[in-house]
Write a protein that binds this ligand. Structure first.
Ligand code: 5GP
Ligand code: ZN
Length: 110
């Protein structure tokens, strides 16, 4: 837990953010500034800065993020039409919140 980290505060329930899914490892909530009809964030409870910082012992967390992204794609009805799962890594990769998160984006009309 890093108290000045917005996503630590969200995953610890210190904000009014509604979780669409939660388990011991991660939470899922809507992006506040969506870039797609469906834009969810899959966020580990553990504070990890970015993909650059994952250790081998974190690989199960990363796997869980991807599995939750897949499940939420199905739950939100975009699995068949298709979607993106995106990790932005560091400033050059578009990362603005330095607490690891997976973007689930989809639901565009063809
Ligand atoms: P990044 O650019 O770091 O990969 O993505 C961070 C995402 O978090 C952005 O899409 C931004 O809209 C979203 N975001 C930032 N602050 C908040 C917040 O307080 N609540 C929610 N739900 N999303 C946020
Ligand atoms: Zn954090």
């Amino acid at each position: 837990m890093t108290t000045d980290c917005i996503f630590c505060n969200i995953v610890n329930g210190n904000t009014d953010t509604i979780f669409l899914y939660e388990d011991n490892t991660l939470v899922v909530f809507k992006d506040i500034n969506p870039h797609a009809p469906v834009h969810l964030l899959v966020v580990p409870k553990k504070h990890i800065r970015s993909i650059n910082d994952i250790e081998p012992s974190d690989h199960a967390i990363v796997s869980a993020l991807i599995g939750a992204g897949k499940n939420m794609a199905s739950q939100t009805g975009i699995a068949a039409s298709g979607y993106k799962l995106v990790f932005n890594v560091e400033r050059g990769g578009g990362q603005m919140i330095f607490h690891l998160h997976l973007h689930l984006l989809g639901g565009w009309k063809r």
